[in-house]
Design a protein around this ligand. Structure first.
Ligand SMILES: Nc1ncnc2c1ncn2[C@@H]1O[C@H](COP(=O)(O)OP(=O)(O)O)[C@@H](O)[C@H]1O
Ligand SMILES: [Mg+2]
Length: 330
């Protein structure tokens, strides 16, 4: 089956600083129709910048280039930002961490959903309003007809996030990107929203890129996982492979840093050090300074992303279980 989204060698850098260490570098991956791809990595690893790149929503202070960004067979790489307008909101939609920043505070929530339907679906005013109420019901908002007439500030954080999901789903996108969609919510509401999101994903068959730093969420909801570190891909594989047989030292460290879910031990080891600053980026592998297995070569040469097996990619010169260097970037 053709991929829904295919990204090759995506790079993002500070505008005017091309050639200097990039915020995203050599990012290549794909999303299959109907799958949930989890994206994990510590804060600052480039997850949000990746989401904005895919939406064509990078701020002017950042620039991007790519070998390819194919969405539904359309090549968007190196197109002006306007090229995304045709697809954004219609084929590809996004849910942000803080719904208040993306909802219009002075517009009733029903009208905000209806606006998307009129613009993207060409619906009449009345039809859009009716459909908006259906969408509010679909995201499990009770008394949807009266809630449609409220303003965002009258709703709880969880309700606002439900409204955001309704807006994102209004135009029936093929791909939904959820960037830490529940981080601002309390734990029970988080679970409800995530369940809702994946239920909707399954029933409508859309693809979901689920960005989170919560490995528990990934374990439960993702089919494949992409682990990012300092703007590069560390490892991409099926969720089971990532949890049971990770080969990248960073993936292993990330897993070791969470409390052991099976044994319920409150073991909170942390990975020594922090994600390097853009202006102090190591010249070789970006993880080398924190890597317990680093060799001299790791400090000199950046690893390329290589396929170790069918659907298992890794960006490491010495992945676990592979005694010889696997690949270096030219
Ligand atoms: N608008 C911006 N201008 C300059 N640097 C940015 C901008 N947005 C993000 N960055 C930098 O890019 C890196 C990745 O950020 P981000 O994608 O927000 O990480 P994550 O979402 O994984 O926590 C960070 O070093 C951050 O400081
Ligand atoms: Mg982020």
């Amino acid at each position: 089956m053709a991929a829904l989204l295919e990204v090759e060698k995506l790079a993002v850098w500070l505008t005017g600083a091309r050639g200097r260490p990039a915020i995203l570098q050599d990012v290549s991956f794909n999303v299959q129709p109907g799958e949930v791809l989890g994206v994990v990595g510590e804060s600052g690893s480039g997850k949000s910048v990746l989401a904005l790149s895919l939406m064509g929503l990078l701020p002017g202070t950042l620039s991007m280039s790519a070998g390819s960004v194919r969405l539904l067979g359309h090549e968007l790489a190196n197109q002006p930002r306007e090229a995304w307008r045709t697809y954004r909101g219609r084929d590809i939609a996004m849910i942000f961490q803080e719904p208040m920043t993306s909802l219009n505070p002075v517009m009733r929530v029903g009208a905000q959903i209806a606006e998307v339907l009129r613009w993207r679906r060409g619906m009449s005013h009345a039809a859009a309003h009716r459909r908006a109420i259906e969408l509010l019901e679909q995201v499990e908002i009770s008394a949807a007809a009266s809630r449609a007439g409220t303003y965002p500030h009258e709703l709880s954080g969880g309700m606002r996030q439900r409204v955001m999901i309704a807006i994102a789903l209004a135009a029936s996108p093929k791909l939904l990107i959820a960037d830490e969609p529940t981080t601002a919510l309390d734990v029970t509401v988080q679970a409800q929203i995530l369940r809702l999101l994946t239920d909707l994903q399954r029933t409508s068959g859309l693809s979901l890129i689920l960005i989170t730093h919560d490995l528990g969420v990934i374990a439960e909801l993702a089919e494949r996982v992409m682990v990012m570190y300092a703007g590069r891909i560390a490892e991409v594989a099926a969720v089971r492979t990532i949890f049971d047989d990770p080969v990248h030292p960073y993936t292993q460290a990330l897993l070791a840093s969470v409390p052991d879910m099976r044994h319920q031990r409150p073991r909170l080891a942390t990975i020594p050090g922090t994600v390097p600053n853009l202006f102090a980026m190591p010249t070789g592998c970006r993880f080398a300074p924190r890597c317990p297995y680093r060799r001299d070569v790791c400090e000199r040469q950046a690893p390329a992303i290589v396929a170790l097996a069918e659907r298992h990619d890794v960006g490491c010169l010495r992945p676990f279980g592979y005694p010889e260097p696997v690949s270096v970037t030219p």
